[in-house]
Design a protein around this ligand. Structure first.
Ligand code: BEZ
Length: 221
């Protein structure tokens, strides 16, 4: 089976597909952040818990100008029946579309089939896609283990923060915590930071390792 290998920094492959909310093209999402994620199959327990968690977190993604888009190779009627079942069992309406990829063409284009799995079942891939439709992050989980939706949201916010303020985020960073500034690239800049760290709002542990306080919501730079 030929599997396309997408990577971060690449443009997303275009597609058109049917979904629980009508026909969808990948290019419909230009200008918005998108979390596009595959799941192995409808009416399965792990996937059901993930869809509930994604639905509950949907307002948090929307606050970040991000849309959610689910994918599997199940049919659209299957998706509809499953979404309705989730509603009947939990009262939760899945507020985002799920596309149906019966041929597996989208799954192949995005590398959603694991090479060691012989069945035509996608694994749990997540693509964080920016408003220019560049892939910014790819997360891959096995079919057996559900994703941490808050981690996906955290990574989205971290990437947006990096883009907006030209900073880096440290290990285990959470929104509102101090960020890192890119290390000095010139000796002059290194000395300026060493001599004036406090004045320029930096908290430096070493010349290459400086923190900056988090930004206010309305702050631009
Ligand atoms: C699940 O979502 O529960 C599941 C799907 C495929 C394989 C294993 C578990």
């Amino acid at each position: 089976m030929e599997i396309n290998q997408l990577n971060i920094g690449m443009q997303v492959p275009e597609f058109v597909a049917s979904s629980t909310m009508g026909p969808i093209r990948m290019s419909d999402y230009k200008g918005k952040w998108l979390v596009f994620f595959s799941h192995p199959g409808d009416f399965t327990p792990v996937c059901t818990t993930e869809f509930i968690a994604f639905s509950n977190a949907y307002p948090q993604f929307e606050e970040r100008n991000a849309q959610l888009l689910g994918h599997s190779i199940d049919s659209n009627p299957s998706h509809l029946a499953w979404v309705y079942d989730i509603y009947l069992k939990t009262g939760i309406t899945v507020p985002f579309p799920i596309i149906s990829d019966r041929s597996g063409d989208i799954a192949r284009a995005y590398g959603m089939f694991a090479p060691d799995i012989t069945t035509q079942e996608t694994i749990r891939n997540v693509y964080i896609i920016d408003p220019r439709q560049t892939i910014r992050a790819i997360l891959i989980y096995p079919a057996t283990n559900g994703r941490n939706i808050q981690e996906i949201l955290r990574l989205l916010i971290a990437i947006q923060t990096t883009d907006e303020y030209k900073v880096l985020t440290p290990a285990d960073w959470e929104p509102g915590q101090p960020v890192l500034v890119p290390p000095s690239m010139t000796y002059n800049n290194l000395l300026t930071r060493e001599d004036n760290a406090e004045e320029i709002g930096l908290d430096c542990i070493d010349w290459y390792w400086c923190y900056k306080q988090p930004f206010n919501e309305n702050e631009t730079e």
